[in-house]
Design a protein around this ligand. Structure first.
Ligand code: HEC
Length: 104
């Protein structure tokens, strides 16, 4: 059991750094991490984890905020200036880094 565990830990340590640096949504997603955590897995009262969910689902939710179908002023400030591509990149970012973190 020792070898697989070591392998798993090495993967967990290496992957977030690689993903955070190389994914196109990384720079924009950084603005979200204060509330949602670096991998989108932070829970706060009334604040569900966003990490590890499908990027299509997250994109749809972000569009709801951007088009004022859902209201959260702090997120609207960040999301309103973003392009459709930005939203997809950010959604993809949290989808992937959250999956890595949820294996932890
Ligand atoms: C100031 C804190 C804050 C920041 C910054 C913030 N969020 Fe949020 N977010 C929240 C809170 C609180 C909720 C839950 C309440 C609500 O739905 O309005 C939420 C909800 C969400 C949800 C919906 C989750 C669900 O299941 O309903 C998504 C997706 C999300 N945020 C993504 C983002 C993204 C992407 C960013 C960066 C562009 C971001 N948030 C920035 C606080 C924040």
């Amino acid at each position: 059991m020792k070898a697989p565990l070591t392998f798993l830990l090495a993967g967990l340590l290496a992957a977030p750094g690689v993903l955070a640096d190389t994914l196109p949504g990384a720079d924009k997603a950084f603005q979200c991490t204060a509330c949602h955590g670096p991998d989108g897995m932070k829970h706060a009262p009334g604040q569900p984890a966003i990490g590890g969910r499908s990027s299509a689902e997250l994109t749809a939710i972000l569009q709801d905020y951007q088009h004022l179908r859902r209201i959260n002023p702090a997120m609207q400030i960040l999301l309103l200036p973003m392009s459709d591509q930005d939203l997809e990149n950010v959604a993809e970012y949290f989808s992937l880094v959250g999956k890595t973190a949820s294996a932890n």
